[in-house]
Design a protein around this ligand. Structure first.
Ligand SMILES: Nc1ncnc2c1ncn2[C@@H]1O[C@H](COP(=O)(O)OP(=O)(O)OP(=O)(O)O)[C@@H](O)[C@H]1O
Ligand SMILES: [Mg+2]
Length: 479
């Protein structure tokens, strides 16, 4: 009997797994499959690339095969690309069952999605914003009978970060039945998840991991800010010279930086492609597909690509900026060294980021090692790289990139039902209040400082007077 069968998985699914090279369950699968099949709520916290997707797809497929209907399962995920990847896993593993899925994400045609939703797919994989929009605007589908709600990258969905999903999640949860199984998955635990675990009765046999995988060689390069790009070019040159079949992901902090670096690396003839939230969705999918198919070996991305993406050819992850939070670091570097493979991560660190490296090391319980570089070679190309970067920046500025960003922001606000002009006014008002508060605070501090100085002067004067009196008394007594 196979190990999967021993966990309660049906023969057809065991066979399907074997056909895909999935023969032995990973720890997270071993721990999550039985309680999920028994109908319990489960929280699966396991390292990146450890098979969390199959840990929820397999039991859902088994339950679906016992009682197939639509809509049976809803999976929520923070990014659009990840939604497609998860739907693909349902399709591949559930092929003998003929699973019908529907992907509901932003940036794609809403009418087509509404039609697909009304055709009662077995599985809906969605990003919260777009699904909430459908729930608000349509009554042609119902989520009232779903048996499974799955939050992949649950900590990201539940935290209140730059993209806050809470109001959309509220709408979605309001449309779901109370009696259902809820499964939460992530490689990083947050306080929110810990709290949930205490409130709800979650089955969680696996220890909470917030570590990186052992197969990952974690390195850093300490560099001044202005030498960063030269290091990047030198690194890529070295990797592409030595390993023709390696794919590299470079993470950076902003869409603009992502665009500039892509243009710059192309100037040096590196086959580079980008992925960030200011690109049209179709372009995003197309670029990711080209990278997955190794048409392009270098992907420059913002954190939109940091979580969940499973691309086996990725051998190197370069952090062009040191991530501000250890968990972002964990997800970024987790794009390599997946499913037992090896991988390298290199983080470019400036003198101002050293404290960030310390908190990453503390969280991951791993010491980052220095990556040996040929400083002489790096300095040889420094001017050439910096000039190329400046030229690319000028080109980008001429292409209205910032203006487009502003337009996108306005569009997003209108979609969220906000008036951009009113929001701008409110922001300006807030700014005024803040600056008034700041000035007031400064004035108080100033007057306190003056008071303090006056007190000090007074006490000095007092002491002097006392000394003079003492001297005078001593004089009279000696006479
Ligand atoms: N039991 C298994 N044996 C071998 N390979 C597996 C097994 N289960 C899953 N895999 C493969 O491992 C790879 C990583 O799986 P998956 O994407 O589910 O990781 P994850 O834990 O969700 O990672 P992340 O935290 O980055 O989202 C996939 O290519 C998947 O096909
Ligand atoms: Mg995953």
């Amino acid at each position: 009997m196979s190990e999967f069968a021993a966990l309660g998985l049906s023969d057809w699914l065991v066979k399907q797994c074997q056909q895909l090279g999935i023969n032995k369950p990973t720890p997270v699968q071993e721990n999550c499959l039985p309680p999920t099949l028994e109908g319990r709520d489960v929280m699966g916290c396991a390292k990146t690339g450890s098979g969390k997707t199959a840990a929820f797809v397999l039991p859902v497929l088994q339950k679906l095969s016992e009682d197939p209907y639509g809509i049976f399962c809803l999976v929520l995920t923070p990014t659009r690309e990840l939604a497609y990847q998860i739907a693909e896993q349902f399709r591949v593993l559930g092929k003998p069952l003929g699973v019908k899925d529907c992907i509901v994400v932003g940036g794609m045609d809403m009418v087509t999605q509404a039609l697909e939703l009304s055709n009662q797919p077995h599985v809906v994989v969605a990003t919260p914003g777009r699904l909430a929009d459908h729930i608000r605007s349509s009554n042609t589908f119902s989520l009232r009978r779903i048996q499974f709600l799955i939050l992949d990258e649950a900590d990201r969905l539940l935290e209140q970060g730059c993209t806050d999903f809470s109001s959309d999640l509220e709408v979605i949860l309001g449309a779901l039945p109370a009696k259902r199984q809820t499964l939460l998955f992530s490689a990083t635990l947050t306080d929110t998840l810990q709290e949930l675990k205490n409130i709800w009765n979650y089955d969680q046999n696996v220890p909470f991991w917030t570590r990186t995988v052992e197969e990952l060689d974690q390195r850093y390069i300490l560099t001044p800010e202005k030498v960063k790009d030269a290091h990047l070019v030198h690194l890529i040159q070295t990797f592409t010279d030595e390993h023709h079949d390696w794919s590299i992901i470079i993470f950076t902090n902003t869409c603009k930086n992502c665009q500039v670096l892509t243009m710059m690396l192309r100037e040096f003839n590196f086959p580079t492609i980008s992925l960030h939230s200011m690109m049209k969705q179709k372009q995003r999918f197309a670029n990711l597909a080209k990278f997955k198919a190794s048409v392009y070996r270098i992907l420059i991305a913002t954190d939109v690509a940091a979580r969940g993406l499973d691309i086996p050819t990725v051998q190197v992850v370069i952090n062009h900026n040191t991530p501000g939070l250890p968990k972002i670091y964990i997800h970024r570097v987790g794009r390599t060294a997946r499913a037992g493979r090896n991988g390298v991560s290199i983080t470019l660190v400036t003198q101002y980021d050293i404290h960030l490296v310390h908190s990453i090391e503390e969280q991951t319980q791993t010491k980052l090692k220095e990556f040996p570089t040929d400083e002489k070679e790096v300095h040889k190309i420094l001017t050439q790289v910096n000039v190329a970067r400046r030229e690319c920046e000028i080109k980008l500025e001429a292409s209205d990139f910032d203006e487009k960003k502003e337009i996108n922001k306005r569009k997003q606000m209108i979609l969220e039902g906000k008036d951009p002009d009113l929001e701008a006014k409110r922001k300006a008002e807030l700014e005024k209040i803040r600056s008034r508060k700041k000035k007031f605070k400064e004035r108080i501090q100033e007057s306190m400082e003056q008071q303090k100085q006056a007190q000090v002067k007074k006490s000095i004067r007092k002491r002097r007077l006392q000394q003079q009196q003492k001297k005078a008394r001593a004089g009279t007594s000696s006479q």
